[in-house]
Design a protein around this ligand. Structure first.
Ligand SMILES: [Zn+2]
Length: 68
């Protein structure tokens, strides 16, 4: 049996829009209480540039953000 340490993390995974399937998405600014809450679970807000829908995806924190 192999122990899964970071099984859910896929750093190279391409984020795509859940609505239109476009991969032209950007990480949107996280602001507000809900975004902070989602951030605690490793989820980050993205916005699709094609249909402008906003969604959350599990992703690594941006480089310009340091908690510690
Ligand atoms: Zn879309």
């Amino acid at each position: 049996m192999r122990e899964a340490t970071h099984e859910e993390e896929e750093p190279r995974r391409k984020v795509s829009c859940p609505k239109c399937g476009s991969s032209d998405v950007r990480r949107s600014k996280s602001e507000g209480f809900l975004s902070g809450l989602a951030r605690m679970f490793g989820r980050w807000p993205f916005r699709c540039r094609s249909c402008r829908v906003r969604f959350y995806r599990h992703a690594e924190p941006p480089d310009d953000l340091h908690f510690h």
